[in-house]
Ligand binder design. Structure first.
Ligand SMILES: Nc1ncnc2c1ncn2[C@@H]1O[C@H](COP(=O)(O)OP(=O)(O)O)[C@@H](O)[C@H]1O
Ligand SMILES: [Mg+2]
Length: 189
């Protein structure tokens, strides 16, 4: 897979990656018209430590899915927040296996679309899983997208998971990435 070659982890601006992904999604999307896409990023969004192409691939696949499984009158919202491992009790599980001092950024892509049965929230990350099965599909895809996203995010030291209250209740895809350490802080340590 793409992961082996040209993998370069550096300080990346999520907003810049999102702008690129969104403009190419709008140009080449198989779903037309697209649902409304809303960006709700904090003004002081920190840089993340990631491979630029890997991050763009994850964003492309998650946004592709969100648009594919949401009607044109629905909404896709992109949010991000800095996690504090000491106070974030709800998402604390995402820090297991993480060095405790590493600050993480959580990115959330939420849609108002067809939703996911709670019992399938982990299964969808398996390779080739598609709810309708390949032959019954009316919309394209290979069932590999989420498996690839998980592989990329884990390799970058983050976690990825899905949240949904069930059928027709919308879905949220969350992932975490380490926040880049500013150069001044690196020099101090
Ligand atoms: N935003 C979403 N809303 C509802 N279901 C989703 C969403 N994203 C993924 N899924 C479910 O997870 C399955 C696997 O997704 P993915 O690995 O990207 O494969 P593909 O997009 O090729 O079907 C999808 O077929 C769908 O059943
Ligand atoms: Mg997909």
């Amino acid at each position: 897979m793409l992961l082996v070659e040209r993998w370069q982890v550096e300080s990346i601006c999520l907003k810049t990656s999102l702008d690129l992904v969104l403009s190419s999604l709008q140009q080449r999307s198989s779903v037309q018209p697209l649902p409304q896409i809303v960006l709700k990023l904090p003004f002081d969004l920190p840089l993340v430590q990631a491979d630029g192409e890997g991050l763009m691939e994850v964003l492309t696949k998650l946004l592709d899915n969100a648009c594919k499984f949401t009607n044109p009158d629905g909404t896709v919202t992109i949010r991000a927040q800095v996690l504090n491992p000491e106070t974030e009790l709800v998402t604390w599980a995402t820090f297991q296996n993480q060095p405790k001092h590493k600050k993480m950024l959580e990115v959330i892509i939420a849609d108002t679309g067809r939703g996911i049965e709670p019992s399938l929230l982990e299964t969808i990350f398996e390779r080739f899983y598609q709810e309708e099965g390949f032959l019954r599909r009316t919309i394209g895809g290979t069932g590999l997208g989420l498996a690839i996203c998980r592989q990329i995010i884990q390799r970058l030291g983050g976690k990825i998971w899905a949240v949904s209250a069930g059928k027709n209740q919308g879905s949220e895809f969350h992932f975490t990435l380490p926040i880049a350490v500013p150069i001044e802080d690196k020099q101090k340590s």
